[in-house]
Design a protein around this ligand. Structure first.
Ligand SMILES: Nc1ncnc2c1ncn2[C@@H]1O[C@H](COP(=O)(O)OP(=O)(O)OP(=O)(O)O)[C@@H](O)[C@H]1O
Ligand SMILES: C[C@H](N)[C@H](N)CCCCCC(=O)O
Ligand SMILES: [Mg+2]
Length: 235
C-alpha cells in the first residue's frame, strides 16, 4: 500500500483533479484520513479581497472533507497560486516570482511528515510542464519519489501521448502507481482496445478505466481506485 501519491496526466484538462477527488472520497469512505496538495496552480480566480483561489484547490479541499471556502486550508493545500491560465513558469514570471523545485519538493515532504493519513499531490497539466526555465514537474516527481498515477484519455491520439508519458516517467526513475484511462467524450476506438494496447507495452502498470458521465447525467459508479492501485494504509 502507498500512503503518498502524485497524480499527473498526459496533458491539461485530462481529469487529474476529477480522479484525485474521487480517490480522496474513496479513502475517506474507507475511514482513512487524506490530505491533498496542489503545490502550484495557475488560472486561479481573485475574490473581492484580491485573494487568489485555485479551482482545483477548492475541489480537492472538499474531497478531503474540508470547507472549500476555508482560506487558511486553501493556502496550505495550494502553496503557489497564479492568476494567469498558463504554464506556471510563465504565470510566476508575470507575477514577478520564480518557482523553486527544491522548495516545492520539500513542501510536499513536510506534508507527508505531518499526517499519518494518505497524501495526494496533483501536478499541473502534463508530465513535463515547466516549473522554471530549466526544471519541469518531471523533476519534481523524480525528486519526490512518490508513486505517480498517470491520468490519460481515450481520445484518438492518446496512445502516443500515454506511451510518451510512461516512457518519460520510467526513464526519469519515477515510481509508477498505475494508469487511469479517463474516458473521453469523443472515443472513436473502444476504451478496452486502448487499454489492451497500452498494457502490451507496459504489462507492469496496473490500469483502471473510468467512465465519463454524459452531459447532464449523474456520474456513473467509478471503479475502486484505492483497491486498483493499492493506495492508503489499507485499514
Ligand atoms: N470521467 C469524467 N466524467 C465526467 N466529467 C469529467 C471526468 N473527468 C474529468 N471530468 C471533467 O472534465 C473537466 C477537466 O477535468 P479536471 O479538472 O479534473 O482536469 P485536470 O487534468 O485536473 O486539469 P488541470 O490540468 O487544469 O489541472 C472538469 O470539469 C472535470 O469535472
Ligand atoms: C491553467 C490550466 N488549468 C493548467 N493548470 C495550466 C496548464 C499548463 C500547460 C502548459 C503546457 O503544457 O503547454
Ligand atoms: Mg486539475
Amino acid at each position: 500500500m502507498t500512503r503518498t501519491l502524485v497524480v499527473t496526466g498526459t496533458g491539461t484538462e485530462i481529469g487529474k483533479t476529477y480522479i484525485s477527488a474521487a480517490i480522496a472520497r474513496q479513502l475517506r469512505a474507507r475511514g482513512e484520513t487524506v490530505e491533498a496538495t496542489k503545490p502550484v496552480s495557475s488560472g486561479c480566480e481573485a475574490d473581492d479581497q484580491g485573494r487568489l483561489w485555485s479551482p482545483d484547490g477548492r475541489e480537492l479541499l472538499a474531497a478531503c472533507g474540508y470547507d472549500p471556502d476555508d482560506w487558511a486550508a486553501h493556502q496550505r493545500l495550494c502553496l503557489e497560486r497564479f492568476a494567469e491560465p498558463m504554464s506556471p513558469h510563465m504565470a510566476a514570471d508575470r507575477a514577478g516570482r520564480i518557482l523553486s523545485l527544491k522548495m516545492l519538493t520539500g513542501y510536499c515532504e513536510s506534508l507527508e511528515g505531518e499526517t499519518d493519513g494518505c497524501v495526494l499531490a496533483e501536478g499541473v497539466g502534463g508530465v513535463m510542464v515547466p516549473l522554471t526555465d530549466s526544471t519541469t514537474f518531471l523533476d519534481w516527481m523524480r525528486d519526490l519519489q512518490w508513486p505517480a498515477l498517470l491520468v490519460a484519455g481515450t481520445y484518438l491520439g492518446t496512445l502516443s501521448h500515454t506511451l510518451t508519458a510512461l516512457r518519460c516517467l520510467k526513464d526519469a526513475g519515477v515510481p509508477l502507481a498505475g494508469l487511469v484511462l479517463n474516458r473521453s467524450a469523443e472515443e472513436p476506438v473502444p476504451a478496452e482496445e486502448t487499454r489492451r494496447t497500452l498494457s502490451f507495452f507496459h504489462p507492469d502498470v496496473p490500469v483502471a478505466v473510468v467512465p465519463r458521465a454524459a452531459e447532464g447525467e449523474t456520474a456513473p459508479e467509478l471503479p475502486d481506485l484505492v483497491e486498483a492501485f493499492g493506495i492508503g494504509r489499507g485499514e
